[in-house]
Design a protein around this ligand. Structure first.
Ligand code: ZN
Length: 255
């Protein structure tokens, strides 16, 4: 049993073989997939896939890299999707990305804050993208997200920050980056966290694990992350799959 808690299975990288790609994941024991949106169009695509496949759940949101493209009415449309679609289980992916100079940080922050408020209002967990923006992401959550729970996907912070996030009610998602032998910091974090806050994800089509380096990533590969968690925690593989799946179902309130 596996839960790929962050996979862009709506991406155009899968246009030619989406059905077969999903079938490979199901055959590999992936029983749950969470597909996040990155803008209104991809949020709608995520919802459409959640209607089509029992295993697929959706998050709706505007990614920080899309902050400059937001149109009036987009947030209201996201809200409508979240309120009316049963399989929208989170607001995401949202957050801050300071790796590139654009969009301007102030604009990213404004779009993030709006969506933090939306998650609080709708009482939904939030799926967070935080790249080189740890301080501001935490500040915004503390200021606008009182009581908010959620996930830091593709975690890249310190152990100290992860421990702080766990106190705040967050779960920590690990991608293929964690599997690489050089990722000592992330492996140390996997070992130190409470078992009930660890999630695995592919973030496909990006962040391919080392076993398929250079290829397109897909949800059938999420077991590599669970296997590495198992190795680090000295669990067996099935146990790692079961624990991370239960964690995902708990945070996203999937029965
Ligand atoms: Zn993503």
């Amino acid at each position: 049993m596996l839960f790929d808690t962050h996979c862009h299975v709506n991406d155009e990288a899968f246009a030619a073989d989406r059905e077969a790609m999903l079938q490979r994941a199901f055959d590999r024991g992936v029983q749950y997939l969470l597909c996040p949106g990155t803008d209104l169009r991809t949020s709608r695509e995520a919802v459409a896939l959640s209607r089509q496949y029992r295993q697929v759940y959706a998050a709706v949101g505007i990614h920080p890299q899309e902050a400059a493209q937001v149109q009036p009415g987009d947030l209201a449309a996201l809200r409508h999707l979240a309120e009316t679609e049963a399989k929208v289980v989170a607001i995401g992916e949202v957050g801050l990305d300071y790796h590139w100079p654009e969009p301007a940080r102030e604009l990213q922050q404004q779009v993030f804050i709006e969506q933090v408020k939306l998650a609080v209002e709708l009482d939904l967990p939030i799926d967070i993208h935080d790249r080189e923006a740890h301080g501001d992401t935490l500040d915004i959550l503390r200021q606008y997200g009182k009581g908010l729970r959620g996930v830091f996907h593709c975690y890249s912070g310190s152990l100290e920050m992860a421990e702080e996030l766990i106190k705040m009610g967050f779960y920590i998602g690990f991608t293929g980056s964690m599997v690489y032998s050089g990722s000592r910091k992330l492996k140390r974090i996997v070992k130190a966290l409470p078992a009930d806050r660890i999630l695995v994800e592919t973030d496909c089509p990006y962040l391919t694990p080392p076993q398929h380096r250079g290829e397109r990533n897909e949800p059938a590969y999420v077991h590599y992350m669970a296997d590495e968690v198992a190795r680090l925690r000295q669990w067996d593989a099935a146990e790692a799959g079961r624990i991370t799946t239960e964690n995902g179902k708990r945070i996203f309130n999937i029965l």
